[in-house]
Design a protein around this ligand. Structure first.
Ligand code: GYE
Length: 335
């Protein structure tokens, strides 16, 4: 009996010691400023450090994406280590190597191109750093194996919606200039594919020329100027893979006295404020939304992953469609 009592006492003492330790730890966490509720508090109260590898910072879409990630990190008490690849895939690979060497707790990656990231993904895996893809996809590496998941839009569907809209507006007859996004990006491939599929059934819808405008306004304008020289009035529609290129093309059309929005229909993707304004003015016709505000869903997903929840291989954003019927209504909330 005696020895049993002694055993009980020892067990109680142990429990008490654990309880003390637990309250002590909880106190520590609060001091760290993060804590479980905020999500940013790591073990021992340290702020979680999360890397964000951005492709470039040009244009409203990238600016809105970066801001959304920074705002959400701050709101939840994370430290966001931001890197900018300045539109160069090799730079982005070395940015990732730096983030891994710094031992960040997780990485959000917006990959410029769909290939060439096998090395850093492998290194991240070996270092035990989870990687979440946002906004663009990779070809080859597998979700749940080489990275956690992809969060973004369905780019094939965006292209399809643009193609279907144009087919309807033109009753299946158009001479189309297609301005392509960054060569080698999953977005450019998929937005082209979806559009091509949608117009396939219309023999009088022809892509007269498809050229790389690298998602920038300046390049969109320049490419459009030379295509106007080459094809003139046989161009009746422009499909641009993003609004910036569409706005550049609209400028080139105006300079050539070809009315964008009227003589030449202009449709693109993104839904940025200046595009919606152009639609309201009748200088552009429509844009398929591609939401750049990744912060909340990106951090939610990271926190779910950290809690051990099962994460789907793809998390697809719902996108809207803007044209003259609703652009004015949404211009205020656009980026
Ligand atoms: O449409 C474009 C940006 O990767 C989905 O890249 C993104 C695209 C977006 O530069 O404007």
């Amino acid at each position: 009996m005696k020895s049993l009592n002694e055993g009980r006492r020892a067990a109680l003492a142990l429990l008490f010691a654990f309880a003390l330790l637990a309250t002590g730890l909880a106190g520590c966490r609060k001091e760290g400023g993060g804590g479980d509720a905020a999500g940013g508090g790591g073990q021992g109260g340290k702020k979680m450090r999360v890397g964000f590898s951005q492709t470039e910072t040009d244009g409203p879409w990238r600016i809105a994406e970066t801001k959304s990630m920074q705002d959400e990190a701050a709101r939840r008490g994370y430290e966001l280590v931001f890197t900018n690849a300045r539109g160069d895939t090799a730079t982005q690979v070395s940015n990732l190597e730096d983030l891994i060497a710094q031992r960040v707790d997780a990485i959000f990656l917006a990959p410029r191109e769909s290939k060439g990231f096998e090395g850093p993904l492998q290194a991240a895996k070996e270092a035990g750093i989870p990687v979440i893809l946002i906004d663009r996809e990779l070809e080859g590496p597998r979700a749940g194996e080489d990275y956690v998941t992809f969060i973004g839009s369905n780019f094939v569907e965006e292209g399809q919606r643009a193609g279907e809209w144009l087919a309807k507006q033109t009753s299946g007859k158009a001479g189309i200039v297609e301005l392509l996004g960054t060569a080698g990006s999953s977005v450019a491939n998929d937005r082209h594919q979806g559009f091509a599929d949608a117009i396939k059934a219309f023999p009088d819808m022809k892509i007269i020329a498809a050229q790389d405008g690298n998602f920038t306004r300046a390049q969109g304008q320049k490419v459009m100027e030379s295509l106007i020289q080459a094809h003139g009035r046989s161009i009746t529609a422009v499909y641009a893979h993003n609004d910036e290129m569409a706005l550049g093309a609209a400028q080139a059309l105006r300079s050539a006295n070809m009315n964008p929005g009227k003589d030449v229909l202009v449709i693109s993707v993104d839904g940025q404020k200046s595009a919606l304004e152009a639609i309201v003015k009748g200088e552009m016709n429509a844009t398929v939304e591609c939401n750049p505000r990744f912060g909340p869903i990106a951090f939610d997903t990271l926190e779910r992953f950290k809690r051990g929840e099962k994460i789907k291989p793809k998390i697809i954003n719902e996108d809207r469609f803007f044209d003259s019927t609703n652009a004015a209504q949404f211009v205020g909330e656009a980026f």
